[in-house]
Design a protein around this ligand. Structure first.
Ligand code: LLP
Length: 463
């Protein structure tokens, strides 16, 4: 295919339309280490590689679209969280970001615990050998059968999310002749600075029990009375993709306030608090995420200070990062299909996936970056919108980004930082098949979640 098969689209900064982008980068061939997994690099022949294997070889072997996870990077990030929080705290990886059996094994080996929020995630965790006592079970509407399975398996904690669930879990535990360790999830009334759909600590939403109006204190009163429950702590999760730690500090302050109230009212000092997940990552070069050790220091200091003031023994802290561990470790590799330059607007670049493998742009206006990875190019920057193959105009993967103007069908482009909430939120819209997840490490690549097939689709269709 000729590289000049399409007429020139808009290219220069002075003719660019409005959009969410900064000026074109000085060099489109440079990969910003902020947004790419640790072992990603451009080889001397210009092709990008991960874990020592170039993307042309990966595309040949595994096809496109596909997610490639840098296993060494995943393990390094998991370890960094573990080390930052030390022996007096627990790190629960939030499986909703991305979960597979290989991931469960990596987490287990790196000493992390696991947060699951459905029967399916629990089954994945148990089947890959995560010890049940290192699993926390979340969710605002767990079914009776999910609760029963979790209690029977012996999960380390169930995070109670409503008054009904307090009673439900207590009854199930009692009927199984056991006492279930539980935390109560509270909403602390913090406005986290993130997209409305992923903010969870303001009162007007479905998660948790509000501290305001004494509801959380009442939940504690009830839980303490029930024989089937062992109340070990209070849980707060304020939202997701957050850069500013002040929300966590307010949350810690309010949770410790509740611990003090519980001590004063019941004479009980709860031994644990969980401050949830939510730490942001860099999707583009404009994002500046905090490091795990900074977060650990800030959270530990605030909890210790608040406890000192309240004359409470400092509780054991746990956190639940999902995105911050897996997000930066993967990219999605696509093949360019059609290219449409629209005069005075931008050039639409269609790839062989789309909103079925990355719904985040359509759902949250998420911003991503993109690079040509199968070769370098000295062509000038062209303002592009990377779109998918779905029957929907909102099917956008990268809203505004610069790609070289000689981009052509058959080129490979990659979108970095797609490890979290992309494969885990993938769909079959338009009966498009969900891509595989391939782990790459030290010159070896292996499929950890295989590509969906048309047989898979037809097997479910039993009409
Ligand atoms: N703990 C709890 C109780 C949660 O609800 C969540 C995320 C986490 C931990 C992990 O949050 P993370 O560290 O990954 O931000 N689909 C959205 C994100 C939804 C987050 C739901 N809960 C997205 O793609 O941005």
């Amino acid at each position: 295919m000729s590289r000049s098969a399409h007429p020139a689209g808009p290219r220069h900064a002075d003719v660019l339309p409005e959009g969410h982008y900064s000026a074109p980068p000085a060099d489109l061939n440079t990969l910003d280490p902020k947004v790419w997994a640790q072992t990603v690099t451009r080889t001397p022949d210009g092709v990008v590689s991960v874990g020592g294997i170039d993307v042309k070889a990966l595309a040949e072997e595994f096809g496109t679209p596909a997610y490639f996870v840098d296993e060494a990077d995943f393990r390094a990030r998991a370890r960094a969280w573990r080390t930052a929080f030390g022996q007096d705290a627990d790190v629960f990886y939030a499986g909703k970001a991305f979960l597979s059996r290989a991931v469960v094994r990596w987490l287990h080996e790196e000493g992390l615990n696991l947060d699951v929020c459905s029967g399916g995630e629990l089954a994945t965790a148990l089947s890959a050998g995560m010890p049940a006592d290192r699993i926390a079970f979340h969710g605002n509407n767990k079914s009776e059968s999910e609760i029963r399975r979790a209690v029977e398996a012996g999960v380390g904690r169930i995070v109670l999310d409503s008054f009904q669930e307090i009673v439900r879990v207590a009854h199930i535990a009692q009927s199984l002749g056991t006492r279930q360790r539980v935390q109560i999830r509270v909403t602390v009334g913090v406005e986290a600075h993130t997209h409305e759909f992923i903010a969870t600590a303001h009162e007007d939403q479905k998660f948790g029990i509000p501290l305001a109006g004494g509801q959380a204190a009442e939940a504690v009163r009830r839980a303490l009375k029930l024989d089937g429950l062992e109340l070990i702590g209070i849980h707060s999760h304020i939202g997701s993709q957050i850069f500013d730690t002040s929300g966590f500090e307010v949350a810690a302050h309010r949770v410790v306030g509740l611990l003090k109230q519980i001590r004063d009212e019941h004479g009980v000092e709860l031994p644990e608090i969980d401050l949830g997940g939510g730490l942001g990552i860099a999707y583009t070069s404009d994002d500046d995420p905090r490091e795990p050790h900074e977060i650990a220091k800030a959270l530990t200091e605030i909890v210790n200070r608040e406890c000192d003031t309240a004359k409470l023994r400092a509780p054991r802290i746990s956190v639940e990062p999902g995105r911050a561990i897996v997000g930066p470790t993967a990219f999605t590799l696509y093949e360019v299909g059609t290219i449409k330059p629209l005069d005075g607007l931008r050039t639409y670049v269609s790839v062989d996936g789309g909103m079925s493998d990355n719904i985040r742009t359509a759902l949250y206006d998420a911003e991503y970056s993109v690079a040509l990875v199968s070769r370098t190019s000295d062509a000038e920057p062209m303002l592009a919108r990377v779109v998918g193959k779905h029957c929907e105009s909102g099917d956008i993967v990268v809203r505004d980004a610069f790609l070289p103007a000689d981009l052509a069908p058959g080129d490979l482009i990659a979108v970095p930082a797609t490890g979290a909430y992309c494969r885990s939120m993938a769909s079959n819209y338009n009966h498009v098949l969900r891509p595989p997840v391939v782990a790459v490490n030290d010159g070896e690549a292996r499929v950890i979640v295989r590509r969906e097939t048309e047989e898979d689709l037809l097997r479910l269709d039993v009409g």
